[in-house]
Design a protein around this ligand. Sequence first.
Ligand code: DMJ
Length: 643
Amino acid sequence: MTTPALLPLSGRRIPPLNLGASSFPHHRATLRLSEKFILLLILSAFITLCFGAFFFLPDSSKHKRFDLGLEDVLIPHVDTSKGGKNLGGYLIHGQGHDEHRHREEEERLRNKIRADHEKALEEAKEKLKKSRDEIRAEIQTEKNKVAQEMKKKDSKPLPPVPVPNLIGINSEDPADKDIREKRDKIKEMMKHAWENYRQYGWGHNELKPIARKGHSTNIFGNSQMGATIVDALDTLYIMGLHDEFREGQDWIDKNLDFSVNSEVSVFEVNIRFIGGLLAAYYLSGQEVFKLKAVQLAGKLLPAFNTPTGIPWAMVNLKSGVGRNWGWASAGSSILAEFGTLHMEFVHLSYLTGDPVYYNKVMHIRKLLQKMEHPNGLYPNYLNPRTGRWGQHHTSVGGLGDSFYEYLLKAWLMSDKMDTEARKMYDDAIEAIERHLIRKSNGGLTYIGEWKNGHLERKMGHLTCFAGGMFALGADGSRDDKAGHYLQLGAEIAHTCHESYDRTTLKLGPEAFKFDGGLEAVAVRQNEKYYILRPEVIETYWYMWRFTHDPKYRQWGWEAAQAIDKYCRVSGGFSGVKDVYSSSPAYDDVQQSFFLAETLKYLYLLFSNDDLLPLDNWVFNTEAHPLPVLHLANTTLSGNPAYR
Ligand code: DMJ
């Protein structure tokens, strides 16, 4: 759970090389084309040279060459009776042997070589006669052929896997009419978001609901990967919007292609795409989702080729070249990014029987385990070249958050067998409680940020997810402190609710302070925005599941109404720039996580508990539900085909 898209990026780009082909406008494809021309010219000159040389060389040397060729390669025969020499099973014809046949053979070969040369020369000449457009079209056809062949190779069916017992995909409507109506309202909001995306942004990553066109950010690279479709699929399924689900499936089947020259965020693509595809696969049983998830995962693997095995933040899907965000401390990778791969990668190994994914994430864990933890804390930055921590900043919000979440969820997903993950979680949470969690003068519990030995009394909207995490981790906690952690979850939920309640729009700011007289309020202008984030509602939902205290449904409903009132526009839903203003400006982005998370958690808040019960499902950090693997361990035991 981090927000790289919102942080300043270096934006460094290498300008395309210009070989002076002025009639070809500055484009990389054009560059490749002119390179082809030069190669073609060199080739034809070379062929002409060889051809000419052949006729001008003295006869004796020509013969020598042919003899060599014939002797060494062409006459593998074992019959020495006619005066030949037998060398290692291959017969070399000597003088006195059927000279006539030999000469005929030579002549035939000479003619063949001459004809081949002439043909090659003709073809080269023909090529040069063609216009650039014709050559370009030919190159394109070749490329398409190669791409098709690669696609065919990629689409090989995966081995069958016994799918874990899936419980609670469907559930009855809530008995209470009021709750039913609220749930219907959330479903209607989902339809509004989806239909507008379909109409104005279909295939793009996200939607600009006011400009009514597609939108994207650098986390998705430069190609249209339909992030909203993939992220929204399981929400559509859970809500029973099956026609919409099928539209999404159809688009994915026909258009979702990962062989693109595009540099994406490994973390974002993992949580939104791989997580989304895996959840859609488990819910619907449609093989296409599993296949696409595995194809995409293969494209992320080169990101792990670093001296330490800690992956780069970004990877080019085509070239496999990785790098880190320019803004990250001393070229570091980010804890919440490389630490939020475990759930999806374990499922990939489970489904494919290939240990490669599992090994990658276990390697990260082992490395983190061995490192020194200043004050028991995990800094947000780790250099993938040196294996050393960057700046000593620790956060349960952006840059750190979902690393802790995935330790807990690794344990839950393994049917509580992965006790190593649980221990790491317990140790980390104890250190966080000691150093980062405080009570304000007004009695609000908050989680600050640790910066070089100093506690910043500021909490992010992202950090609010931790209320739900504490509640989820209560059962099974060390020293039987379940009550304590449930209480801590409730306190964080309360603080985050206050951050909503103290605004004009009743929507929470991006970050809020606990300094002096100010509590749970944003101070800086650039922290007053709300971009349809889910974390506060996520915590309400977990707290509802564990306590059934009606206030959580009440708070969730307040948030839903505020979103519908202030973020809804005729073209979808938009973030707002200032939650303290009664007429805020829109940011004009409908984030894909609004459909994946915010609306899903709201829908679940007004559903019965037997819809995706938490004993059987674990939600990834993008709210994509993955089944608990009720097995002896989480390595590869799911796929007997490979044992
Ligand atoms: C989501 O993409 C995920 O929850 C991620 O972990 C962090 N932030 C956004 C939503 O705010």
